[in-house]
Design a protein around this ligand. Structure first.
Ligand SMILES: [Mg+2]
Length: 368
């Protein structure tokens, strides 16, 4: 039976600042822009976040997201917040271009609403165990070797260390994600990686080339990275061209993960024989429900799973932390790099991003 309470969706644009610009193979990513989505009904408000993003081959702009949310707002009004299947169906069958980022915000807000309604955090509602959450990696963007070494020191001992960000238990970050695929070529990549390895101490290193290499470069780098002790390489090749991926996978001595190539569960199914794992992100898959579907598809294909982010705030990363007990790798660090993120939520303990005990996605506003 339909809920009779009216459901209202409102949006607010936020533009938090970034501490350090992030450079990847496609260039320096733009400053964060967040559409904060609130869905209110029956005196309860569920929160979600949508943000512009690009995989290189799939882009969603702020204008497209706002337009999609505007249309969704009209579709949602006649349903109750528990009617997620009907709401999703109405949005998908409506006019205009669909936006996975807009869907992510709506799905997250509806699930946050549900958690608040039953007064349980989503991880508890789903019976998950936060003790099983892997440590989160923190990102070193493409830079000169000395600047990369400085950034490592900042994450491990400096202003950005887990203990500085979350005093009294944050511990230390234990995994570094290094962005390679420099436009200056693999010689520059090797010099940067060497500088990071030198400073990393006991921290693990994983590499993300963001589609920046040819098959020839990727084949050479796979062997070289393996010799350096790197066990995981993300998106070495362009988003399409599965034949090259199969060739690389056949010779690679380390795990190959797809990010830009796999937006959703359907992509995972198509790419499964060319990779060892996939990266799931809120904006590209379209919300926590879609993330779970992508995760389950990956598992049924025998793949490993990483949770990742674009320029997402504490809101989205705290929502993703709700399902982090189910995955092998966590890379939810974008909000650490914001100077004025308005949200508080998941916290770091011993280098791991842990969802709090508040209901829903556990996100509130900073008190200031
Ligand atoms: Mg990636």
């Amino acid at each position: 039976m339909a809920e009779s309470t009216a459901t209202k969706l409102t949006c607010k644009i936020l533009t938090p600042r970034r501490r350090t610009p992030l450079r990847i193979s496609r260039g320096i990513s733009a400053g964060p822009c967040i559409v904060w989505v609130r869905i209110a009904s029956g005196g309860i408000e569920g929160w979600g976040e949508a943000g512009p993003f690009s995989t290189g081959t799939h882009t969603e702009t702020r204008e497209e997201i706002e337009d999609a949310l505007d249309r969704a707002s009209a579709a949602i009004r006649s349903y109750g917040p528990l009617e997620r299947q009907r709401i999703t169906g109405a949005i998908r069958s409506g006019p205009g271009k669909t936006s996975s980022a807009a869907m992510a915000a709506i799905d997250t807000a509806l699930l946050d609403w549900l958690g608040k309604k039953v007064n349980l955090p989503l991880w508890r509602l789903w019976g998950l165990d936060p003790a099983g959450i892997p440590p989160t990696s923190v990102t070193i963007g493409i830079s000169e070797p000395e600047a990369a070494a400085e950034r490592v020191r900042d994450w491990l001992q400096g202003e950005m260390s887990a203990e500085k960000l979350f005093p009294g238990g944050g511990g230390a970050f234990r995994v570094l994600k290094v962005k390679l695929g420099s436009p200056e070529g693999i010689r520059a990549d090797k010099a940067m990686l060497d500088a990071v390895v030198e400073e990393a101490g006991g921290a693990d290193i994983i590499v993300d080339a963001n589609a920046g290499w040819s098959l020839e470069d990727a084949s050479e780098m796979c062997i070289w990275l393996h010799e350096k002790g790197i066990k995981l390489l993300e998106q070495p090749l362009a988003a399409s061209g599965i034949g090259d991926w199969r060739r690389l996978h056949a010779i690679a001595p380390l795990k190959i993960f797809a990010d830009e190539s796999c937006l959703n569960a359907e992509d995972v199914f198509c790419w499964a024989d060319a990779i060892d794992g996939v990266v799931i992100k809120m904006m590209k898959c379209g919300g926590l429900s879609a993330a779970l579907s992508m995760l389950n598809t990956a598992r049924s294909c025998g793949l490993s799973v990483m949770l990742g982010c674009y320029s997402d705030s504490t809101l989205s990363n705290s929502a993703m932390a709700q399902i982090a007990p189910l995955v092998d790798y966590v890379d939810l660090d974008s909000h650490f790099n914001m100077t004025d993120d308005p949200f508080r939520g998941a916290y770091v303990r011993d280098g791991r991003l842990i969802p709090d005990d508040l209901p829903g996605i556990g996100v509130t506003l900073h008190e200031n």
